[in-house]
Design a protein around this ligand. Structure first.
Ligand SMILES: [Cu+2]
Length: 133
């Protein structure tokens, strides 16, 4: 009996801490725009990002140069045409950069594509964003 109250206190404290962490810190999602002109997500067979509507995330993209690039130094882009005006149009320079983005309010499937000619396979350099309600 004596140990129950402290244990409950500890548990509720832990719940509070973890709740504030999940509410306050956006998820970090890592993507590689690779040298073979494919989007990849570490640990996933297919590169798909699944977000809740309006969820704010940190998108951490590592871009690796292929055989062609834009004259301004952009080596790939991470572009969703339907969401360009919401910031989903990232011109990627070599290296790893982090972008804060919000998922759209409308659930559905969106196609991510690269819009810079990056070499063989560029036309198929696509991945999906799935937005759930
Ligand atoms: Cu490309």
């Amino acid at each position: 009996m004596r140990t129950r109250i402290p244990l409950l206190c500890l548990l509720s404290f832990l719940v509070m801490v973890s709740t504030s962490i999940t509410a306050g810190t956006p998820r970090v999602i890592s993507v590689t725009a690779d040298k073979d002109n494919m989007f990849k997500i570490p640990g996933q067979k297919m590169p798909v990002i699944t977000l809740k509507a309006n969820e704010v995330i940190q998108l951490r993209i590592t871009a690796i140069k292929s055989t062609e690039w834009d004259k301004d130094g952009t080596i790939h882009t991470f572009t969703i045409n339907a969401l360009k005006d919401q910031g989903w149009d990232l011109r990627l320079k070599e290296g790893t950069h982090t972008y804060t983005l919000a998922a759209p309010a409308d659930p559905g499937e969106y196609v991510v594509e690269c819009t810079v000619k990056c070499g063989a396979g560029h036309d198929d350099m696509k991945m999906r964003l799935v937005v759930t309600p």
